[in-house]
Design a protein. Structure first.
Length: 161
């Protein structure tokens, strides 16, 4: 029997020995007068977990979309795939007047409400703050066969004079 014994090869030093610091870098250099403080194990800080939020209601999504178009911040064709039938013509006519753009201020949604005359249909009303007055926005949503919501009617209340 021929037995071969090998010695482990010495590894090249790739790291410094523990406790040494580089004296060329003052931020890491430690003087002999500085006492060593014992390290206390610290628990990693975890961010607070927030519960998952439910998706926004379709009435909220469409109110924001119509608000952007009617205030002139987005073009009408930006919302075209979400508008059906003659509502696109109504929205185009209303968007030319930019009824919710007052002195270049962004309009704000004050309240959204809806009524469900039958399943899959919402009649939505919203109060919009446009400048010093509140405006009314009303629209109708239908749930299509492809399970997508589409706006089928749009109206904006005239400002009180």
């Amino acid at each position: 029997m021929h037995k071969v014994m090998t010695r482990p090869r010495p590894r090249p030093a790739t790291t410094r020995p523990p406790g040494r610091t580089d004296p060329r870098h003052p931020s890491t250099a430690r003087t002999s007068a500085t006492p060593r403080t014992p390290r206390t194990p610290t628990r990693p800080v975890r961010p607070l977990r927030t519960p998952p939020q439910p998706p926004p209601h379709p009435t909220e999504l469409f109110t924001e979309r119509l608000l952007l178009v009617l205030s002139g911040q987005k073009p009408v064709h930006w919302a075209a795939r979400h508008i059906a039938h003659t509502a696109f013509d109504d929205l185009s006519r209303l968007a030319e007047q930019t009824p919710l753009n007052v002195n270049g201020r962004r309009p704000t949604v004050h309240r959204i409400g809806h009524y469900e005359p039958r399943p899959g249909v919402y009649e939505v009303f919203a109060r919009i703050g446009a400048g010093p007055a509140l405006r009314a926005l009303a629209f109708r949503l239908h749930l299509g066969a492809d399970q997508r919501w589409r706006c089928t009617a749009v109206e904006v209340g005239a400002p009180a004079k």
